[in-house]
Design a binder for this molecule. Sequence first.
Ligand code: KG4
Ligand code: ZN
Length: 326
Amino acid sequence: MTILGIETSCDETGVALTQDKRVLCNSIYSQQIHSRFGGVVPEIASREHTERLLMMTRGILEEKKMSVEDIDGIAVTYGPGLLCSLLIGLNFSKSLSYSLGVPFVGVNHLEAHIYSPFINIEEYSYPFLSLLVSGGHTSIVKVNDFRDYEVLGSTLDDACGESFDKVSKLIGLGYPGGPAIEKFAGEGEENEFDFPVPDPEGLDFSYSGLKTSVLYTYLGLPQEERIYRVSDIAASFQRSAIESLLIKLKRAVRMTGIKRVSVSGGVSANKLLRKRLEELDIEWIAPDKEFTVDNGAMVGFLGYKLFKEGIRSELGLKADSRLSLN
Ligand code: KG4
Ligand code: ZN
């Protein structure tokens, strides 16, 4: 089954062609325009999606020497995310589905991330744990079966990726913050600043205290020191942020006795996180880098699994900016 996967939940326009469980083509346009504002501007994001979507879809079909007639189904993210961005992908998919006479299925963005590590490889058997770390979400989920989830812990305030973005903006490294912080951290000393490692009770996460600690430390530095200590701040912040994820993950493994862990979302690209996961006594998997950030391939991949279960969406499906896993 050839599926067109569409992702427009935030500031990445993602378009992909998948065939059963294989990814044929995955095209991602990361909207750089937001960097000048230090964060995503929803109205601009949706305009960018509108401008790109058709062109990118044509592009991947041409690349694979295929036409719209070859598409058997369409999978599209319908939530959670920015409402005006979701609507662009959803309406595009509905129109295409209607005009081509092929089915479409709405995909939960969080579920698409959860299964994304299994693109191109053998899936874990159930149950497994999922550490979902992105710009909008930070959760540990027990996946009991296909689409049967128990959210064991979530963030009480900022998401992990969001804290990378905010700290990056504060210390002048721009948006998106994750890759920028990681790059500068590579030149810095991670024990130079003693930022707290957030560990609220149980399996919940919290990043606002760490972010505030970085803020006051940074503002407390003499002006001339702020610039040349940026790498040390980035490295020390990254160490605390990643350490917090590991504390929670180790606790979840201990509490559930489950040692198979899928790690996904934009932050799963982080090299320090991957290095630290390697040191744990667990079996873990994270997606190839191109499937860590928001992308159409993970939507098409999950779409195939849904179609196989006989799941389809009606044209009346509404975008749901607050869609959860429950
Ligand atoms: O999954 P994603 O593309 O979007 C959401 O669903 O939110 O994740 C984007 C987030 C951003 O906050 C970005 O700063 C973060 O992932 N990110 C990283 C890295 N690459 C992206 N965070 C830490 N290290 C990275 N290498
Ligand atoms: Zn995402």
